[in-house]
Design a protein around this ligand. Structure first.
Ligand code: ZN
Length: 314
């Protein structure tokens, strides 16, 4: 019997194989040996995608800017600045249109502002802070110039030539509307006469006019009087022939308040602006400023001082 070869000792059965070392990539994540080709491919792909996205963005942005330039410029309104929207702060009243440093005002608006400024500059401002010493040189008599709807008081015949022409148009329009009982109560006054009104008032009360903005006055000195310029008139009517507050409710006063601006006149001392003008409400006192300025002031709702302050002219 052959001897049996001893069996090789069986390998010890191990249920726990030694752990395999971690992949190279995990041990050396920054190594340049790791899949360098793949990394390059991914980087190139990423670059192409980024470049494509930037190109699309650039094209879209260029298109938008082109459209904005072509269409927005055409759509810009070329109108006078809407000053009625600028009553919120005193700075706005003194600085003109607000400029936006990011979106500068387009040329159309600049032209409108320049035009409005040129019109405002033609208007003479006479008040306590802007005394007038000049005499009008082109006074004319309105006698025979005005229609039958207005009675001219003997002391109210002179105004400047332009004012006379405008008054003629004004009263003819009123007459056409059926209003026929006006009285031209005051017009140009010489300086001595106006000053005597003021001096007599001061004799009664030496403090009169000390602070006209806190206590508006009814009489003014010659230097602050528009009547001395030949540009102002007091218009009353048969039913209220004197300057009293009930005049404002007459048909004549209402017609003037609504239409006078169309002929170049403004209500110079409005009820709600007494603290700005320094003068009490005078529904009969109209000042000639020209049709364009009168329309701008009327539409703005401002008094003359406020309107001129918009352009740094007050
Ligand atoms: Zn007056």
């Amino acid at each position: 019997m052959a001897a049996q070869r001893p069996l090789r000792p069986a390998r010890p059965q191990t249920s726990h194989r030694p752990p395999s070392p971690p992949p190279y990539a995990r041990r050396h994540p920054g190594s340049p040996l790791i899949d360098r080709g793949g990394h390059r491919r991914r980087r190139r792909l990423h670059s192409r995608r980024l470049f494509g996205a930037l190109t699309v963005l650039l094209v879209v942005l260029s298109g938008y800017l082109l459209c904005r330039f072509v269409f927005f410029k055409k759509a810009l309104p070329v109108t006078a600045p809407d000053v009625s929207q600028r009553t919120d702060s005193s700075s706005a009243l003194h600085s003109g249109p607000v400029s936006d440093p990011i979106n500068p005002a387009p040329s159309g608006t600049d032209e409108a502002y320049d035009r409005a400024y040129a019109i405002a500059k033609t208007v003479l401002l006479v008040n306590f802070d802007h005394p007038n010493y000049a005499e009008p040189t082109d006074l004319v008599s309105v006698t025979g110039m005005l229609p039958a709807c207005v009675t001219v008081n003997s002391g109210a015949t002179k105004v400047t030539q332009e004012t006379a022409q405008a008054l003629s148009e004004l009263f003819r329009a009123a007459e056409a509307d059926g209003i026929t009982t006006f009285i031209l109560n005051s017009a140009y006054r010489d300086r001595a006469t106006q000053q005597s009104f003021w001096d007599n008032r001061l004799k009664k009360d030496p403090t009169y006019g000390d602070d006209v903005y806190a206590n508006p006055v009814k009489t003014v000195p010659a230097t602050a009087s528009e009547h001395c310029t030949g540009l102002a008139v007091d218009i009353l009517c048969d039913s209220v022939p004197h300057g009293t507050s009930d005049y404002k409710d007459t048909r004549e006063a209402k017609w003037l308040a609504e239409h006078a601006y169309q002929y170049g006149f403004i209500l110079r001392y409005p009820d709600d602006k007494q603290s700005v003008t320094g003068v009490m409400f005078e529904p009969w006192h109209y000042r000639y400023v020209g049709k364009e300025a009168a329309a701008a002031i009327f539409e703005s709702g401002l008094c003359l001082e406020e309107y001129l302050a918009l352009y740094d002219l007050a």
